[in-house]
Design a binder for this molecule. Structure first.
Ligand SMILES: NC(=O)c1ccc[n+]([C@@H]2O[C@H](COP(=O)([O-])OP(=O)(O)OC[C@H]3O[C@@H](n4cnc5c(N)ncnc54)[C@H](OP(=O)(O)O)[C@@H]3O)[C@@H](O)[C@H]2O)c1
Length: 337
């Protein structure tokens, strides 16, 4: 039995942005359940974070068969919260899932084949306890599978009523352009591309993805805009207990070296001079680009979430501030590229 009643004012301050040339608006902040949403973490905290996100107008929850840990656990958890608390609001939710990154040793538990994508989608729908997802993604490019087969699977997902829209993630611009063309010809336009983008990862600026999104008419949902926490003040002095760099396979403590700290401290100072935190500056920075529909954030507490969504309360970044950010926001800092 749910004790949850959503906040009446959940849409009052929330900003929504149009995804490319589609008819779909997405919240400026989307929430992802990549890490710390498995059973190793407090159920009550995970539930509080999800419900707080919804109260803040974050109507888009990003998942994948891989998320947890372990694999599939984040979707099983989200399915429980959906059943208990959010089911009456399903029409107000954008639920995304992805398939194709390895989740087991079987050749059918990885890659972008028709078999792998559609079997994973069926499993995700069961885990989430919903008849359809709003966005279904090919999680990563798979050079060994013909693009036509991957596109055919995405189109089938829509035609079977299991997904409303389709997306791709981590694809290079040349293959993204090809996929966009194939999908358009099949009558299922590419809604979004999900790349990593942050002050420390400039690839979408350098490889033409931002321009491609504008030209092809798809939106960008950019993930890890805080570089997994490196673009916050949490690692300036030390690595705190419970931080991702202590317990995640995806963020090594070794990247928190003197070079990183100097750059993060300089960025932190730019933020402080604007009266905001480094996290807020970093989120405002990705959302300054009109091609970016949504910043896809994570959080391990309600306090982080509350803090981060205030990023848009500050004045736009000036040219001088952007230039200063470029000086210290060196591409590749702290990240595996
Ligand atoms: N398509 C893909 O291949 C792909 C890959 C990666 C991610 N994603 C998606 O993107 C989502 C977000 O990725 P991400 O979690 O790396 O995003 P992020 O926003 O860069 O990092 C979030 C993490 O930073 C820390 N943090 C957040 N706010 C903070 C604050 N104010 N002060 C201090 N620390 C703070 C928290 O970690 P701790 O408190 O635990 O340290 C939090 O979990 C994922 O959940 C997933 O949906 C997609």
């Amino acid at each position: 039995m749910s004790t949850y009643t959503p906040a009446d004012d959940r849409y009052d301050a929330a900003e929504f942005r149009r995804a490319g040339h589609s008819g779909l608006d997405l919240p400026a902040f989307s929430f992802g359940l990549w890490q710390k949403f498995g059973p190793g973490y407090s159920y009550d905290t995970r539930r509080e974070i999800v419900l707080r996100a919804f109260d803040l107008g974050i109507a888009h929850f990003d998942n994948a068969d891989r998320y947890g840990p372990p694999h599939r656990a984040a979707q099983e958890f989200f399915g429980q919260v959906l059943a208990r608390d959010l089911k009456p609001y399903r029409d107000e939710l954008i639920l995304s899932t992805k398939a194709g990154n390895p989740i087991g040793k079987s050749p059918y538990l990885k890659g972008a084949s028709r078999k792998s994508l559609l079997a994973s989608l069926d499993h995700s729908l069961r885990d989430l306890g919903t008849d359809y997802v709003d966005i279904f993604y090919s999680h990563s490019p798979d050079e060994s599978t013909p693009l036509e087969e991957t596109v055919g699977a995405l189109v089938s997902a829509v035609q079977q009523g299991k997904a409303l829209y389709v997306g791709i993630s981590n694809y290079q611009p040349d293959r993204a352009r090809e996929i966009a063309g194939l999908l358009r010809r099949a009558g299922v336009p590419l809604l979004v591309h999900q790349p990593r983008y942050s002050i420390f990862d400039r690839r979408p600026e350098r490889n033409g993805l931002l321009e491609l999104a504008a030209a092809e008419g798809f939106g960008l949902i950019v993930y890890s805009p805080l570089a997994q926490g490196l673009l916050t003040d949490k690692y300036l002095a030390d690595i705190p207990d419970g931080a991702r760099a202590r317990d995640s396979a995806f963020l090594s403590p070794e990247v928190i070296d003197d070079t990183y700290r100097q750059r993060a401290a300089a960025l932190n100072k730019i933020a402080a001079d604007r009266g905001q935190s480094l996290a807020q500056l970093a989120l405002q920075w990705v959302l300054r680009r009109p091609e970016v529909t949504s910043a896809l954030i994570g959080a391990s507490s309600v306090a982080q979430l509350d803090h981060n969504v205030r990023a848009l309360d500050f004045p736009p970044l000036t040219e001088a501030e952007l230039a200063a950010i470029d000086e210290h926001g060196v591409h590749g800092t702290g990240l595996a590229l």
